[in-house]
Design a protein around this ligand. Structure first.
Ligand SMILES: [Zn+2]
Length: 389
């Protein structure tokens, strides 16, 4: 196998406190050696071992590739008009997720797959090397299974979200729709997914329905995660913790008991500031979660309705500016935090044995991700040891 060294990194974020300073395991004037698809060595640039190739990264810094643990990329159409109406202060009626469901059902497999590839390539150029994505815009047995098959062509982190909203076909029979999601739809979807998710919210699925859905998924070997407490207070977070969900996502409206439950569990609180930004909603209180000891991840929630960004650097900047995270906390949450939210230990860190996923910044430190918002600082991306951007 070929070895490659990246040398003279002004600063390297390893996310391994045994390798460097602080929780980010920072190393100044660092080097990284990649062997095949793995990290082989990390340390001071002056001690770099001999390698087949070398890249002089002088003046630039590096961090683990971003781990985006929450996106909805299998969709057709877009919702420009809805966004424009919302931002123009006009009431927007009807539509929402249903608009995307209709467009997704009408799209061909090739169109949906090309769309996923397009947005994943966009994310990759911005430093994201691991991405989760969900179904949830098909809402029939065939369309949900199709979405998961297509997602699986592009990523290993595939989530069955038949319980995104009650299908419009079951508007008068939500219980019938839960039976479908936990029965024939689950049978068709389980072979194509690693995770099961549910939108636990007023107007979507209540606590009892969400429990039935996640429990049925667990019985089929799927791992639970949950859209929880986004638009209102509710049972989602507590249910996620009770069912050992890898992650409770959104966490915008939390009681003290919700915060305590997260802090005393292995369930990650995944915050999605692109959604609050794009809907002018109240920010989740990251500071409160961190101070209580909860594990926090950041993710894009990339979807055509409520958060149409694929940019983890943008989410980091929002988290620092508006959710009172420190730059170090936000960078950890977008890398190691995302890995925890996917129960992965091979990504989200730069240490010997980890997957060689690395983002190079045209900036002297990771702090610039928040300090220079909107600036395309990512100047190189390695995924599984291969330079892809
Ligand atoms: Zn979502």
């Amino acid at each position: 196998m070929t070895t490659t060294a990246l040398t003279h990194l002004t600063q390297l974020v390893t996310n391994d406190p045994s390798l460097g300073e602080g929780p980010l395991g920072l190393i100044q004037d660092a080097a990284v050696v990649i062997d095949g698809d793995r990290i082989a060595w990390v340390g001071p640039s002056s001690k770099t071992p001999a390698t087949d190739n070398a890249v002089d990264a002088g003046g630039r810094s590096a961090l683990p590739g971003f781990v985006d643990s929450h996106s909805h990329l299998v969709f057709g159409g877009d919702r420009t008009q809805e966004f424009n109406a919302r931002m123009s202060g006009r009431a927007y009626e009807a539509g929402g997720i249903r608009t995307t469901v209709a467009a997704t059902r009408a799209a061909t497999d090739e169109q949906l797959s090309a769309n996923v590839a397009h947005y994943l390539a966009e994310a990759l150029r911005q430093g994201t090397t691991t991405f989760e994505t969900k179904s949830g815009y098909g809402l029939t047995v065939e369309d949900e299974a199709r979405a998961l098959r297509i997602a699986g062509e592009h990523t290993d982190e595939v989530t069955y979200l038949g319980a995104h909203i009650v299908s419009p076909d079951y508007a008068d029979d939500p219980a019938g729709y839960v039976d479908l999601v936990t029965g024939p739809m689950l049978d068709a979807c389980a072979p194509h997914a690693r995770w099961i998710d549910v939108f636990c919210e007023k107007g979507a699925f209540d606590g009892d329905q969400a429990r039935a859905i996640l429990t049925a998924g667990k019985r089929r070997g799927l791992l639970p995660r949950i859209h929880a407490n986004q638009l209102s207070y509710g049972p989602g977070v507590q249910l996620g913790v009770e069912l050992d969900a890898a992650s409770a996502d959104h966490c915008t409206h939390l009681t003290d008991a919700d915060v305590d439950a997260l802090a005393n569990s292995a369930t990650v609180a995944t915050l999605l500031p692109g959604a609050e930004f794009s809907t002018r909603a109240t920010w989740p209180d990251a500071r409160r979660l961190l101070d209580a000891g909860a594990t926090v991840a950041l993710s894009t929630d990339c979807n055509p309705g409520s958060s149409f960004t694929s940019s983890m650097p943008f989410c980091i900047a929002l988290a620092v500016r508006d959710m009172r995270m420190t730059p170090d906390e936000a960078v950890w949450a977008a890398t190691a935090g995302g890995a925890r939210a996917l129960r992965r230990d091979d990504v989200g860190r730069i240490a010997p044995g980890a997957r060689a996923d690395l983002t190079l910044l045209d900036a002297p430190s990771h702090v610039h991700l928040a300090y220079r918002p909107g600036v395309p600082l990512v100047s190189g991306v390695w995924r599984k040891g291969v330079r892809v951007a």
